[in-house]
Design a protein around this ligand. Structure first.
Ligand code: GLU
Length: 560
């Protein structure tokens, strides 16, 4: 038997790390057994699905190195997808679902139902009042064939329901074990909605069978759905795949990793910094209206729209916790590290093995070491893994991966720095960087306009610029001509010239000159090594920044 697994995302929003882990396990299970891994887009919820989201999911999977043997093909990923069991977007398979619905209708295993939402609500209310679980009352079954035909001919909205057999159902799961649902637990559920689209339950069963899926590995939240899928498989004469339901990935405090965490982080930063008003956008308008902003600030159950939340966080320079694969990518995590780390969230390789690649995972992955209990997502550990992987890189590899990251997220660095300057920035940052983003995030001053540099008089600035005899600011004025006159404005020439200057003017204490220079060009006390920093900026910017700094800070200098 060929092992066939599938990942079947509903394309709304972004690929969550939990979904990525499911995809990774499915991929590894098939890959390690010479099987096939299918990607199927479950876009039957027309209101929530979008092509942009589908594309985003596919790009995220590709970035993680999770390639699919069968599924949609997109221009960016010509090697992924295709296959004999398509189409792979459920919205393009309506004809196929209809054929199987017709089979069930013809055999009496499914029926049309015309209940109005009000009637269904009344039934639910009555069940609630009687404190019993709601079950559809099969009202539609009381209609005669002629009545049904007349209603359909008159175009009355109708759903199709499955006639669930009145028997206990046993779910067999390779991860969670067995569970038996008593007869009557599952009511006659809807399999085709009034809009003509199949429900998730129906489409998933038809597709898994037609795509020859042998193993369904998916999130634990679908465990109870499996009973519905099993009765449908029986009625349609399909073989049952093997099931394995995967536990959730949680925050260390046991809460769900969700968008809410981002709201929480931003709200905490806004409160801590006592920010009253919502930041303004480019047009000078608040990023969200005053009412929403106030409600959001004061009420932890209120959430902001994701795009706005991220724009505000960006404006305030607040780092939000990563939840989706795209967040981790933007934050500069390496895809192979994220995969390695995710694979450990819910599975163990045995022998205390922690660091491995996807090929190893494919070789080793099996369901018997998949954990039942929820995994706790340890961000510090992920960051440590990322740091280790970066430190193991050659300078060339780091520079080339940092370049790819900059192309996607910080193109201004590539506009501003030439190849040598870019390589210098990477080399100067490599050892300290935990992520590919750090060289850029922590060195924004390199690409800011010279006129945008400001010098808030913080403690280290006061110390470096105003203290000492002569004061740092004066040193800065004195070193300026050296920089103006130096022939080659590059790292080693700058080092010799400034070191010689320090010998002559500061008893060899280089820090007395380096720190004022650093502050002058960056606005603060932290930068890559100073000679590299100066060389990256170039003479013109360095002199312009020194001149403005001298002017601005002279006005702030205490007179005594
Ligand atoms: N489309 C479903 C989801 O995104 C997946 C269902 C399944 O794997 O069976 O949750």
């Amino acid at each position: 038997m060929t092992v066939v697994t599938r990942f079947a995302p509903s394309p709304s929003g972004h690929l969550h790390v939990g979904g990525a882990r499911t995809a990774l396990y499915c991929w590894a299970y098939a890959r390690g057994r010479d099987g096939r891994f299918v990607l199927r887009i479950e876009d039957t919820d027309r209101k929530r699905s979008s092509d942009a989201a589908s594309l985003g999911f596919m790009r995220d999977l590709a970035w993680l190195g999770i390639d699919w043997n069968e599924g949609p093909t997109i221009p960016e990923l010509p090697d992924c997808g295709g296959g004999d069991h398509g189409p792979y977007f459920q919205s393009e398979r309506l004809q196929i679902y209809q054929e199987h619905l017709d089979r069930l209708l013809a055999s009496g295993r499914a029926y049309h139902a015309f209940d109005t939402p009000e009637e269904l609500d009344a039934g639910r209310r009555a069940a609630r009042e009687a404190k019993v679980a709601y079950r559809y009352d099969r009202a539609a079954l009381k209609l005669s064939e002629e009545e049904v035909a007349a209603k359909l001919a008159a175009g009355e909205p109708a759903v199709i329901r499955f006639r669930t057999p009145d028997e206990p159902i046993t779910i067999v799961d390779e991860v969670l074990g067995e569970a038996t649902l008593p007869a009557g637990e599952i009511d006659d559920f809807v399999i085709r909605k009034a809009d003509g689209y199949p429900t998730y339950h129906f489409a998933v069963v038809v597709d898994d069978a037609l795509m020859k899926v042998s193993h369904v590995l998916r999130a634990q939240e679908h465990f109870n759905n499996t009973a519905r899928h099993m009765v449908l498989q029986d009625a349609l004469g399909f073989e049952r795949p093997t099931y394995g339901h995967l536990s959730l990935i949680m925050n260390p405090d046991g809460s769900k990793m969700s968008k809410r965490d981002k709201d929480k982080a931003l709200r905490a930063a806004v409160r801590e910094r006592e920010i009253e008003a919502c930041p303004l956008d480019d047009t000078g308008e608040p990023m969200v209206d005053g009412d929403t902003w106030d409600r959001w600030r004061g009420d932890k159950t209120v959430q902001l729209d994701l795009d706005r939340l991220e724009a505000i966080a960006d404006a305030l320079d607040v780092a939000l916790p990563e939840i989706n694969v795209s967040d981790f990518r933007r934050s500069g995590y390496l895809p192979e590290v994220l995969c390695n780390f995710l694979s450990l969230n819910g599975w163990s390789a045995g022998d205390d093995l922690e660091k491995f690649d996807n090929a190893f995972l494919a070789e080793r992955f099996d369901l018997d070491r998949v954990q039942k209990a929820p995994a706790k997502f340890d961000r510090d550990k992920l960051l440590a893994f990322n740091l280790d992987a970066i430190q193991a890189m050659t300078p060339e590899e780091f520079a080339s991966r940092a370049r790819a990251h900059a192309e996607a997220f910080h193109p201004e660095f590539l506009d501003r720095l030439d190849g040598d300057q870019f390589a210098m920035l990477c080399e100067a940052s490599r050892e300290r960087s935990k992520t590919l983003d750090e060289p850029f995030r922590t060195n924004r001053f390199l690409v800011d306009a010279d006129e945008a540099i400001a010098w808030p008089v913080t403690k280290p600035v006061r110390k470096a610029m105003f203290k000492g005899e002569p004061a740092g600011l004066e040193m800065l004025g004195r070193v300026r001509p050296v920089l103006n006159e130096i022939e080659e404005f590059e790292s080693s020439a700058l080092e010799s010239a400034i070191t010689a200057f320090a010998e002559a003017e500061a008893e060899g204490n280089l820090g007395r000159i380096a720190q004022p220079l650093r502050i002058a060009v960056s606005g603060g006390p932290v930068s890559p090594p100073i000679f590299d920093t100066l060389a990256i900026l170039g003479r013109e910017s360095v002199l312009a920044r020194i001149d403005r700094c001298l002017e601005v800070l002279a006005a702030e200098m205490p007179s005594s």
